[in-house]
Design a binder for this molecule. Structure first.
Ligand SMILES: NC(=O)c1ccc[n+]([C@@H]2O[C@H](COP(=O)([O-])OP(=O)(O)OC[C@H]3O[C@@H](n4cnc5c(N)ncnc54)[C@H](OP(=O)(O)O)[C@@H]3O)[C@@H](O)[C@H]2O)c1
Length: 332
């Protein structure tokens, strides 16, 4: 697989990564199966998808434990990208950016992941009660201590609060400017997909201008862009899509022209090419610093997504994606 280099620390990873979240969190939890997930991770590494993206809050904790079982045997094949800063309670999720907490969280992640170093340690969310420089300073100490190789920041997405008139990523860019004063940012993680392209406006150019890598989260539109979900089929109560405004039966039906467009482009590239692969190739085409991290727990999806690294979209394809209707349904 093509390799891409991200960030100040010049970290080389496979162009397509693997988002491990669906194995333990957020989607159709009744279908989460340890053995299948383990096979999916091995399949990703075999295919050259070296970047494995997880977080201590996925599960919570079980996603890192799962990855640890693979890393114990294959650490040198993988690039470990995890996150800290969010605590999961019974009914809510809260940010914790206190330096002492971040230090403990890192040690706990290292233990669960069965490794002595994390390649990319990301701040999941800044804590409004703690100046972000303090949290970032503690993370920088982890690099100096050799526990972490590089630092990343996750953007506050469409569900976050923002000032009146502010663009989606203005707040994230302010945070990035502040933490850059303390220690270099190697990667930013934010939603980027055909139906959520807002990062192209300011965040992606900010990263490109500074040699910062960009991990494209939710590049398959939480599964919608793959064309495998049926409007009205419904979701399990703990599936995040059960409450997502784009996943009501009405909005899923209204957004079908987007999937149809991806299908048309896929058909031009061959019988076996899928809308999911076009969605990933589109993300890859947004810059050499972009690494999509499609989430999957099924081995077959991992193979399909890895193959997207070989798909090159033409100028006509990209223009066609740009002319697709904007997605309907938003958090605001
Ligand atoms: N920093 C943040 O705040 C943040 C937020 C969200 C996500 N993320 C990261 O980004 C990663 C990706 O986002 P995501 O998992 O939420 O969304 P996604 O990648 O857009 O979509 C994942 C969904 O698509 C399905 N899928 C994957 N490949 C497929 C294929 N080829 N054909 C059909 N269906 C396919 C998966 O099904 P199965 O589950 O059945 O395999 C899963 O339900 C996450 O895993 C996580 O690492 C980060």
């Amino acid at each position: 697989m093509e390799r891409r280099t991200i960030g100040a620390a010049a970290l080389a990873v496979g162009a397509v990564g693997l988002g491990c979240m669906p194995m333990s969190w957020a989607y159709s939890t009744s279908r989460q199966r340890g053995p299948e997930s383990l096979r999916a991770v091995h399949r990703a590494l075999d295919a050259g998808c070296t970047l494995l993206d997880t977080a201590d809050m996925y599960g919570p904790f079980t996603n890192e434990l799962l990855l640890g079982r693979v890393l114990k045997e294959r650490r040198s094949d993988a690039f470990v990208s995890t996150k800290a800063g969010l605590l999961v309670g019974e009914q809510h999720i809260v940010a914790n950016g206190r330096p002492g907490y971040v230090r403990r969280a890192c040690d706990a992640s290292l233990r669960r992941l069965q490794t002595d170093v994390i390649d990319l340690y990301q701040l999941h969310r800044a804590d409004p009660e703690v100046p972000v420089e303090e949290t970032w300073g503690a993370m920088a100490e982890l690099v100096r201590a050799g526990k972490v190789r590089a630092l990343g920041l996750c953007a506050v997405g469409a569900r976050g609060r923002r000032r009146a008139g502010a663009r989606l990523y203005d707040g994230t860019i302010r945070q990035l400017e502040r933490v850059q004063q303390v220690f270099p940012v190697s990667a930013v993680q934010a939603e980027l997909s055909v139906w959520s392209p807002e990062a192209l406006e300011t965040l992606l150019p900010w990263c490109e201008a500074r040699g910062v890598g960009f991990l494209a989260a939710m590049p398959l539109g939480n599964g919608f862009l793959t064309g495998t979900l049926t409007p009205g089929e419904g979701f399990e109560p703990d599936d995040l899509r059960a409450r997502h405004p784009r996943f009501t039966a009405e909005m899923m039906a209204a957004n079908q022209p987007i999937v149809a467009g991806l299908r048309r482009i896929a058909a031009r590239h061959g019988e076996d090419v899928t809308p999911a692969q076009v969605a990933l190739a589109w993300a890859l085409a947004q810059g050499a610093h972009v690494v999509p991290v499609p989430g999957a727990k099924q081995e077959r999806w991992v193979g399909e997504n890895a193959a997207a690294a070989r798909l090159r979209l033409t100028a006509r394809d990209l223009a066609e994606v740009a002319s697709l209707p904007a997605a309907q349904g938003s958090w605001h």
